[in-house]
Ligand binder design. Sequence first.
Ligand code: ADP
Ligand code: MG
Length: 364
Amino acid sequence: MASVEFKEVGKSFDDVQVVRELSLDIMDGEFLVLVGPSGCGKSTTLRMLAGLETPDRGDIFIGGRCVNQVAPKDRDIGMVFQSYALYPHMTVFENMAFALKLRKESRSDIDATVGRVARMLGLEELLTRRPSQLSGGQRQRVAMGRALVREPSVFLFDEPLSNLDAALRVEMRAELSALHRQVGTTKIYVTHDQVEAMTLGDRIAVLNAGVLQQCAEPLELYERPANTFVAGFMGTPSMNFIEGIVTFEEGNAHLQNGVLRVPLAGVASSLQPGEGLTLGVRPSALRFVRATEGDFLAEVAMIEPMGWEARVHCLVRDKTIVAQVESSDVRTLRVGDSVGVKFSAECLYGFDTVGDARWWPKLP
Ligand code: ADP
Ligand code: MG
């Protein structure tokens, strides 16, 4: 097992900086998830760690050793990709044994290691099959097995579940968690899926446009996002944002945005009249009340029934706000209805005009 450190690492392709000044410490035995939208530099970061890309700037350390000049094969890394890249003409056993054969391990050692890993992954019955005779999930398991048998000091995963259907993804996610409890080797896992990130990571590093936004434990990211990007990225449906200007009336602060007025009673005492502010409110923090009783009025634009919950898209003037409510609470609601929207001020997140967090909701 080994720690991993990125120190002010930068990488450009054709004048475009795809990773900027990345500094990140990953502890020995940690499961770190690197998450962000497509194209934000996740794979490039992983490939630099594996030695498949060369950084333009900065240093990368594995187990305290700078690996900038170390060849990929000498970095002691196991990598699992989205495309399984199995050898089609080899059986499952041969695929898993391949790297060990290259290392010239003895037949009995190879049998023992492949057998143990196959048991761990539920592949024992499939060892004589070829990849074409396996389901997608089984192939992905073989790809993992192939990395596991080598017992590297760090595992890298690049969107390994993206090719699987939704149900299988959920199943494999649980298996990966269980696997990490058995094989405590340091893991760095890349995904664009924030649910995967939340459920798998000891910590999550959020990347946007090549810039690390925040690295923290899953709930910390959700409850105390550093900025509007992290706040909007973590959580489904996304947080609603309302921009406006702080106004005071008889000593009570409001956020004013045209005719929309959101009361800020008791939220932040440091607000100045006239300053710009962005409020964040999670869809789950919104409730519908009679039109006369809400904090503001909205028109129902779309209702998505999801089972026990429903997502209601509302128009507040030209802005869409999404509420996540229990289906039973909105059974009589129809598109076009005017409703009052209410939330408690304790649920509000505050951000400044450049999107950095000013305050978070008070937690119970
Ligand atoms: P992610 O994995 O987060 O989706 P990548 O790290 O693959 O993102 O890519 C980041 C950006 O760098 C993208 O805009 C991509 O097009 C670009 N890029 C990646 N690899 C290369 C390359 N070899 N040559 C030129 N541009 C590249
Ligand atoms: Mg990628």
